[in-house]
Design a protein around this ligand. Structure first.
Ligand code: CAA
Length: 446
């Protein structure tokens, strides 16, 4: 069977930074602890007035192509996942290809282009499309550029405003990859849910608390399905890291303990934990569902306090959140940021990761979760060494609250604003005004 996976990855961080505990919390008259301790966020990455989903996606893809020495003829697909699209017909991938054609001599006329929509899980679905295309043998030796790009903005004063972010991830998916190889085992948890949606509107309608419950329910369902697909023999220590979709780190804190509770079932850890905090409650031991749920919730709180769980969490989950804490939610890119963050941690702590497995848990509202595993390959270290995420985070312009208000307005499709950029673009694609048919136009700034 052809090995398929990620051969290279790039993150493109919005050029502005909103300090959440330092700038946003005081302006909202909130305790900074809500951000640092509760949500687990320090900053949001924000797009300057000349940035949008196309510029960030094209910039990430351009950097990836330059670094890997790729030419347009090497690329058989450009797939874009986004929930911030501004065109209901022409896909963002065509805008991205148009940008890239400004800087390459050749074109992408033989690359299949598309756009995926299913909230945040669309990024992983695009990766799966690329996987299937290559595994089917239709790729003729070429690879796929998968871009997950979003300006994850909420309406002003919506509770979701605390979790905003903007950025793009570009992944180069190939046969015989060098960073990770995808497994064939895949679990899905999917149901028609009304928790987070954008019915022909730019900013989401969100039932925040319900969205968190739906995230947990669908993820649990996907984990059960993944265990079945893997032959049932899954142990929490099988995985070096477990990157989750990260709308904010506090959400992952809740999901991780449920995942652990599920994964230890039937392992030696379950019996050892039973001696420490009692056995996991079983539904048939209770008179009604409410009593069972209460017992389960108490058990889960006790489990989260055990040293055994804390160690598992600190080693396998916490490092996946490092980048997210500094950038906020990138919707479709968020789980791919978590993977990159895990690999960055292994690089910085000089860990030998080759041959280790990652358990990757994606999620999209509306709602669907997907879980699969990946094996880390020998080229991962070289790839991470070539990325410049730390530099990008450092070079962001730190905005004041007043600047935040203006920039938020400049990205509001319902407002007609023309504001000065806060930063100067450097070797990147920028938004360059409107064309005669209402299309957005772009140019490369040297
Ligand atoms: N010190 C320490 N902790 C504090 C604190 C303080 N001073 N103040 C508040 N907190 C804690 C709260 O206790 C809470 O933690 P718990 O959930 O563990 O109790 C946390 O900080 C957040 O505080 P609130 O619940 O008061 O925050 P909120 O009501 O303003 O909204 C939210 C939180 C519902 C997540 C909101 O930000 C939101 O709607 N976000 C968008 C929706 C979202 O991200 N949902 C996630 C699942 S859906 C998904 O994943 C798809 C996607 O990407 C959108």
């Amino acid at each position: 069977m052809t090995a398929v996976g990620i051969d290279a990855m790039e993150l493109w961080v919005g050029n502005l930074k909103l300090d959440l505990p330092g700038t946003f919390a005081p302006a909202q008259d909130e305790d900074p602890g809500k951000y640092t301790k509760g949500l687990g966020l320090h900053a949001s990455s924000f797009p300057d007035s000349y940035e949008d989903i196309v510029t960030m996606g094209a910039n990430a893809a351009h950097r990836l192509m330059e670094r890997k020495g790729l030419e347009p003829e090497d690329v058989g697909r450009i797939d874009v996942a986004t929930e911030s699209a501004f065109d209901n017909s022409k896909p963002v991938s065509t805008y991205v290809a148009g940008c890239l054609e400004q800087v390459y001599e050749d074109d992408f006329h033989h690359a299949n282009k598309g756009e995926r929509k299913f909230a945040c899980i669309a990024g992983t679905q695009s990766v799966n499309d690329a996987f299937n295309w290559i595994a089917s043998g239709r790729n003729r030796g070429r690879g796929a550029i998968v871009i997950a790009t979003d300006t994850a903005l909420y309406a002003r004063d919506d509770p979701g405003e605390a979790t905003q972010g903007a950025g793009a991830v570009a992944l180069w998916i190939t046969e015989n990859p060098s960073v990770v190889e995808f497994s064939h085992a895949q679990g899905i948890g999917s149901a028609d849910e009304t928790d987070f949606l954008k019915p022909n509107q730019q900013f989401p309608s969100v039932d925040g608390k319900r969205s968190m419950q739906v995230y947990l329910a669908r993820t649990r369902e996907a984990l059960e399905d993944y265990k079945e697909a893997s032959g049932g023999d899954v142990h929490p220590h099988d995985f070096a890291y477990v990157p989750f979709h990260t709308p904010f780190p506090g959400m992952v804190r809740k999901a991780a303990v449920l995942g652990y509770r599920n994964l230890v079932r039937g392992t030696e850890i379950e019996a050892e934990l039973a001696e420490e905090i009692g056995a996991q409650p079983e539904e048939d031991e209770f008179e009604d569902t409410e009593a069972y749920r209460e017992a389960l919730s108490e058990y889960t709180d006790d489990l989260a306090e055990t040293d055994r769980y804390q160690t598992w969490y600190d080693e396998r989950i916490e490092p996946t959140l490092d980048v997210s804490r500094e950038v906020g939610n990138w919707y479709t890119g968020s789980v791919h940021v978590a993977r990159a963050s895990a690999l960055l941690d292994a690089y910085e702590t000089d860990r030998d990761l080759s041959g280790s497995k990652l358990l990757v848990a994606s999620y999209g509202s509306g709602a669907q979760a997907e879980i699969h595993d990946e094996t880390v390959l020998d080229g991962w270290r070289e790839e991470i060494d070539s990325m410049n995420v730390g530099e990008q985070l450092e070079s962001r312009y730190d905005i004041s609250f007043e600047e935040y208000e203006t920039i938020h307005d400049s990205h509001n499709h319902d407002l007609d604003t023309d504001i000065e950029a806060l930063t100067t673009p450097d070797s990147e694609f920028v938004f360059d005004g409107w064309g005669r048919m209402g299309e957005r136009q772009y140019r490369y700034v040297e």
